[in-house]
Design a protein around this ligand. Structure first.
Ligand SMILES: [Zn+2]
Length: 485
């Protein structure tokens, strides 16, 4: 698996180099004007050398004096879980502001935004109840946004593997029961993010489809390849026209066990108890740190991660790493002595996990203020070893970005391809049409083992991997700021 993966990456790197050669070739292929050709080529080579030295400087600063890791230790360890509307989310806002002020950015400010305030309440409990009354306790957790069970909720279980299966079953098979969505991750896919995307409809819409057919609740297999006892939470939706029934995640081990027991005893029951509830919206903030551009201050490059996290753990890889890397990218540029030509903004978005209200508000304000956004980068795929960047842009803009790949090759961050950027930056597309939306791309093979679970903790983050990510983002920002798109 790893061999195939590396080979694919090498092929892409070679491709990038080929693209560069193709772009440079016309310069060398003009025999009638040798003097001019030599001059142009010398200028290109000099720019290349200057840029490669600049990137080396950023990576050296990150690896020797990087601050991401210590910042992350504070955010995850001292502040901890920071679900939107919680006191810890507010602490994170204040910490983000102070940290960027200390870093000496030109301007640090907050953007008020109203966020949903859902609370888990007491610890959840789930039990498989066998025909003879034998009870087996299994790990469960409420899905974000779920209603509570109002005491103990006990009912039979019907197992399905898709939303369509629920739609096609006779209502009598579902009414009064839990619908148990047990479609696993597709482990044959190379990118776990793709498997996550394909399995996600069960978590998001499972309770709605179940309730339409009279079910009492939805039990959803955790969205992961890992086989363990950690239930994975995550946002679920309701439809105003359909009764709200509770939605809970089962750990993969629990899902396998329930499926197996159902085969032997189709009449077994499940007992669920959850005290979660939604409170009125709370006031919160995006936090923005800005360095003014020296030549084109009206052109903005945004880099961000999300400050909120789920409540079960410290939100280390999701998305503490993106938050500290975004602040660090700007700090690195300043520490390495670069004065950016364009305006740079590190944005700590609020409420990505259960509403994207922060990202939406940032885009709305950009539109209201008639801002020009050149590009927006998001780091929200974990803080693992860099691979490169996923880009949403026209083929022409993507080709321009790919031209820089050889500069990133020494740092193994040269894989620049079309792909999903990030939930918080995407609202910018309709609002102010940036030329590129970019997602920082790192090795994601371990990300969904811990994603949205109690295991997403600081000890899962490697200092060097984290700092290399911040330097990769700073490098791309350096190039974007210098050359535009
Ligand atoms: Zn995230």
């Amino acid at each position: 698996m790893i061999v195939t993966f590396s080979a694919a990456r090498c092929r892409r790197a070679v491709l990038s180099a080929v693209v560069l050669l193709v772009i440079l070739r016309p310069v060398h292929a003009q025999p009638s004007k040798p003097a001019k050709a030599e001059k142009v080529s010398a200028v290109a080579a000099k720019a290349d050398r200057t840029d490669s030295l600049a990137l080396r400087k950023l990576f050296t600063e990150a690896l020797l004096r990087g601050e991401s890791y210590d910042n992350l230790r504070y955010l995850t360890g001292t502040i901890g879980p920071r679900l939107s509307g919680s006191p810890q989310a507010q602490q994170a806002v204040e910490w983000g502001k102070v940290t960027m002020e200390k870093a000496g950015f030109d301007r640090v400010y907050m953007q008020p935004v109203l966020v949903p305030h859902w609370v888990r309440g007491g610890k959840e409990r789930g039990e498989i109840v066998g025909n003879k009354g034998k009870e087996i306790r299994v790990p469960v957790c409420a899905l974000g946004g779920s209603v509570g069970t109002g005491g103990k909720l006990k009912a039979g279980v019907v197992e399905v593997h898709s939303l369509d299966e629920v739609k096609n079953l006779p209502e009598a098979a579902i009414r009064g029961k839990f619908v148990f969505y047990n479609r696993p991750f597709d482990d044959a896919l190379i990118e776990p993010g793709t498997a996550y995307g394909r399995a996600g409809d069960q978590r998001r819409s499972g309770a709605i489809e179940a309730a339409k057919r009279g079910a009492v609740g939805a039990l959803v297999r955790s969205l992961t390849s890992a086989r363990d006892d950690f239930p994975h939470t995550g946002a679920m939706a309701y439809d105003a026209a359909v009764p709200k029934v509770p939605g809970a995640a089962l750990s993969t081990n629990a899902a396998d066990q329930l499926s197996q027991l159902l085969k032997a005893s189709p009449d077994l029951q499940f007992e669920l108890e959850m005290e979660c509830t939604t409170l009125p919206d709370e006031k919160s903030f995006n936090v923005v740190g800005e360095i003014k551009g020296s030549k084109f201050p009206q052109e903005i490059i945004t880099v961000g991660g999300h400050l909120d996290s789920w409540d079960l753990a410290q939100g280390a890889h999701d998305d503490g790493t993106g938050v500290v890397q975004s602040m660090e990218a700007l700090r690195l540029l300043r520490a390495a002595g670069f004065r950016p030509e364009r305006t740079l903004r590190a944005v700590l978005f609020m409420n990505e996990e259960n509403g994207t209200r922060g990202g939406t508000e940032y885009a709305r304000l950009a539109q209201v203020n008639k801002e020009t956004h050149l590009a927006a980068i998001e780091s929200d795929g974990g803080g693992f070893t860099p691979r490169g960047f996923n880009v949403e842009a026209t083929p022409e803009v993507l080709a321009k970005l790919v031209r820089w790949a050889p500069l990133l090759l020494p740092y193994h961050a040269a894989d620049i391809t079309a792909g999903h950027s990030g939930t918080d930056v995407e609202p910018l597309q309709a609002a102010v049409h940036p030329k590129a939306l970019i997602g920082y791309d790192c090795d994601s093979q371990r990300y969904f083992d811990i994603h949205h679970t109690a295991a997403d903790t600081f000890d899962k983050v490697n200092r060097r991997e984290l700092e290399l990510g911040g330097a990769s983002m700073a490098s791309l920002i350096y190039l974007l700021s210098k050359y535009g798109l």
